[in-house]
Design a protein around this ligand. Structure first.
Ligand code: NAD
Length: 347
């Protein structure tokens, strides 16, 4: 059981505090730390309650709840995906999340998760690549240079040793922004003016675009033997990035099949299309990359356990850093049954 803080105040990590935490720890160290936390949780996969996320779709986007529990701690994330938001100055993805003590049901952490989602998505991608990409991979193509882009680039540097990132976006302003932000981070950066130029010489191809349609960011003839594809942006019914012929040539690795079959690139196939669960590769019970020529594909959609791991990583650092505020969000009368009396006394 996790001891609730006195008077049931709930620690809250604001956007400001999350940014300070990143600077205090160092972003690459934090990406490595979250990746390690996710890997440890994937290695105890069977101890988690798992369910596909609960999605509420609209013409503009999706709002989702992502719950899980390991029996001691419960967690969930609220997250949206609205590709048209950026046109009006809003973000495509925003999020917040919570951890609670299973023994009492009391929340023990509330946190912003817009930034934390970018960190955990990048950490997860890099962790998958650590297990699947060619061993000597140094060059990554990054198609889609929006909010997630720099986090992905730095995670692949920190976890996989990538030294060169080739960038392409249909909007050159996004590429310019990513080039500026990644200056001085120890990566060689190449801005490209087409997806074909972007993937030239790349060992890893990351697709991280946002469009609510069956898009074709990569066609089959663009993808050579031996690459690892990290497909981030196809994460919702009716929203994919890869031509199905690429999938037919690839060994496909997924987080949680019941969710990925609905949301991932593999929604283009019947439910019996073969996939490998990533946790089994990590546990050594399934094969990852078996040959140099093999195309490996991480069909990423984002799964609740990754958010749980990221929240636990943040929670573990709060005591030392003090980077949180106490939220009075649980009514907790001295006499547990006298909730009404507590309200009366507040008059
Ligand atoms: P964003 O809107 O900030 O950036 C998306 C970028 O893609 C934009 O710069 C846009 O110009 C570019 N783009 C759109 N179509 C393109 C095309 N055809 N070719 C090249 N570039 C193109 O979005 P974001 O927050 O960076 O998220 C990117 C995607 O990742 C979204 O689809 C989001 O839903 C998804 N996502 C997935 C996970 C996961 O765990 N798998 C987590 C977070 C976000």
């Amino acid at each position: 059981m996790i001891a609730p803080s006195p008077r049931a105040f709930v620690p809250f990590v604001s956007v400001q505090h999350m940014m300070q935490l990143i600077h205090e720890i160092g972003i690459e160290e934090m990406l490595r730390g979250i990746a390690a936390e996710i890997e440890a949780d994937f290695l105890r996969w069977e101890s988690f309650d798992k369910t596909p996320r609960i999605a509420s779709h609209s013409a503009e986007g999706v709002i989702e709840l992502m719950p899980t529990s390991d029996g001691d701690v419960y967690g969930f994330k609220y997250v949206n995906g609205h590709p048209k938001n950026t046109k009006t100055g809003l973000q495509t993805v925003t999020a917040f999340g919570l951890l609670a003590d299973v023994a009492t049901g009391y929340p023990v952490l509330l946190s912003e998760m817009t930034i934390l989602t970018a960190l955990r998505t990048a950490a997860m991608s890099a962790l998958a690549a650590k297990h699947l990409a060619p061993r000597d991979a140094k060059v990554m193509a990054m198609i889609g240079n929006g909010a997630q882009c720099e986090f992905q680039a730095l995670a692949f540097k920190a976890v996989c040793g990538i030294d060169t990132v080739r960038l392409y976006d249909i909007d050159s302003k996004a590429t310019g922004k990513a080039m500026r932000n990644l200056q001085g981070q120890g990566l060689e950066l190449v801005a490209c003016d087409s997806p074909e130029a972007c993937i030239e010489g790349a060992d890893i191809i990351t697709t991280c675009t946002a469009d609510k349609q069956y898009a074709t960011i990569l066609t089959d003839n663009m993808v050579g033997a031996g690459v690892h594809i990290n497909a981030i942006g196809g994460d919702c019914p009716g929203k994919t990035e890869l031509h199905r012929d690429i999938l037919l040539r690839s060994s496909i690795f997924v987080e949680y099949p019941p969710q990925t079959r609905v949301e991932g690139e593999i929604q283009q196939f019947d439910d019996d299309h073969p996939v490998t669960e990533l946790w089994q590769v990590m546990a050594g019970t399934a094969e990852g990359r078996t040959s140099k020529a093999q195309i490996t594909l991480f069909d990423s959609v984002g799964f609740a356990i990754e958010d749980f791991s990221a929240l636990r990583y943040v929670r573990a650092r709060l005591k030392d850093t003090g980077l949180f505020q106490e939220l009075d969000m649980i009514a907790d009368p001295d006499d547990a049954r006298d909730l009404f009396g507590m309200v009366q006394r507040a008059a």
